[in-house]
Design a protein around this ligand. Structure first.
Ligand code: HEM
Length: 425
């Protein structure tokens, strides 16, 4: 059954259960999804690819060939509580992750996940992290922000079109289930990792509109369009505006076939976004002024096909800032590309954690420096100042975002995903 044909009331119900989590949410998802459950794995875990971030071949595509992220996301921020890391703990974790891979088909119809490790995790070792990896501690990346850096050891990112798969995976990892989707659970995180924080999110046409009533910082007029997959009202993640999985993969060294994750927790101010600006201004600020002038977007922008059509907009960023007094988000970040390919593979989701409208910005890139360079272009310091473009105002979408947290993780290749050392052989 396709995701859309499942019906919005059911999808919104399941989303609410994912936000709550725990045993009763798992039971509620099982009941609501009883007629159409997630698929059991058809591939032996030993035959899975080394790249944990190899999701594209296993997620659904829309009519234009854009990869659609799974609908439900859970981010488990983990604190190491073990006695080592020891070989026994590694085996325990590997059994836990392999149990998830046996229980569910890989991807949207089952479960996709990545396991990443932070600079804080690697700091406990005497040896330095392999020189082939760029993994700095997270820090503020613009003068206008003051995020708290996350100091967790690890991150498990779970994603599925089924609420029961993400919540079930969490319950199994926590040692609360003996069986998952009919498959025995052979390992857990118990005694190795505690879940220090849980974040949840969603992506998918219709869900943000359904969720807007549950979130502060959304006007009472409930302005989020019915066809929008994200809270800010536009489609994102077009194929042409994403890095390929190859582009974000570490190419050599012990972590070859791994990648890095940048994760930020962003609060959205949708009062300002929807009440202060006209649709034309929103299009100019999200994409670029030419998109607004020429009316290139219908609705959320599904008519754009497989690309946001910004190839030439980067070149006009400076002129737009000077002469139009406004510059677009996509226009700014599209200035940082390798040839015609962006450096980031974004897998972000909207959120109502804390009953606030927010976004968990999650991107993979080969080097964290690729993220930093792209974020600098988004800050647009070179464009702000002498015109109507300020450090926040008329400067893309910066005025509507508050970055609360930042984190960087190394996502090792599968062979090192369970408690890696800094320079494994
Ligand atoms: C609420 C936050 C954000 C929203 C709603 C948003 C939305 C969008 C949209 C609509 C696009 C154009 C189409 C597409 O995604 O394919 C885009 C492009 C892009 N965004 Fe964002 N974005 C957000 C935050 C960020 C952040 C924090 C970064 C990191 C620096 C970022 C990096 C990019 C990149 C690299 C592109 C593609 C540029 C290219 O084609 O070269 N975005 N974003």
């Amino acid at each position: 059954m396709s995701r859309r044909s499942r019906g919005l009331p059911r999808r919104a119900f399941v989303r609410s259960a994912v936000a709550i989590g725990g045993a009763s949410a798992f039971a509620a998802c099982l009941e609501r999804e009883a007629d159409d459950g997630p698929a059991r794995a058809s591939v032996d875990p030993d035959d899975r690819p080394e790249r944990q971030h190899a999701w594209n071949s296993a997620v659904r595509e829309d009519d234009h060939g854009n990869y659609l992220l799974p609908e439900h996301h859970v981010l488990c921020c983990l604190e190491y509580v073990g006695d080592g890391p020891t070989e026994g703990e590694r085996e325990q974790l590997e059994a836990a992750f392999t149990s998830l891979e046996r229980a569910y088909e890989w991807g949207s119809e089952g479960l996709a996940f990545t396991v990443g490790y932070s600079p804080t995790y690697f700091d406990r070792f005497d040896k330095d992290l392999s020189e082939a990896v760029d993994l700095p501690q997270p820090e503020a990346l613009a003068p206008i922000e003051d995020p708290e850096p996350d100091a967790y050891d690890a991150l498990v990112h779970l994603a599925s079109d089924y609420g029961q798969a993400v919540v079930g995976a969490e319950e199994a990892l926590a040692g609360e289930l003996e069986e998952l989707n009919g498959v025995g659970v052979e390992g857990t995180l118990e005694g190795v990792f505690d879940v220090a924080e849980r974040r949840t999110g969603f992506v998918g046409d219709g869900l943000p509109a359904a969720e807007q009533a549950n979130a502060a910082d959304v006007p009472d007029s409930e302005p989020v369009p019915e066809d929008a997959p994200l809270f800010m009202g536009f489609k994102s993640g077009f194929r042409e505006n994403q890095a390929s999985e190859d582009r974000v993969t570490i190419r050599d060294g012990p972590f070859e076939d791994g990648t890095t994750t940048h994760l930020s927790k962003i609060d959205l101010n949708l009062h300002q976004w929807y009440e202060q600006d006209s649709r034309e201004q929103r299009v100019a600020k999200m994409f670029c002024p030419a998109h607004a002038d020429e009316g290139r977007l219908e609705g959320a922008g599904h008519n754009l096909g497989d690309g946001a059509d910004v190839d030439d907009c980067g070149e006009t960023a400076e002129t737009d800032a000077r002469e139009r007094g406004v510059v677009g988000h996509t226009q700014k970040v599209a200035r940082v590309r390798d040839g015609d390919e962006p450096l980031l593979l974004r897998r972000d989701c909207s959120s109502t954690d804390g009953d606030r409208a927010g976004l968990h910005f999650l991107s993979h890139q080969r080097r964290v420096a690729d993220f930093v360079a792209t974020r600098e272009a988004m800050t647009g310091a070179d464009l702000a100042g002498s015109t109507a473009v300020g450090s926040r105002t008329n400067n893309g979408i910066l005025q509507y975002l508050t970055v609360r947290r930042r984190a960087n993780y190394l996502v090792p290749p599968r062979r090192h995903r369970s408690l890696p050392t800094p320079n494994p052989s």
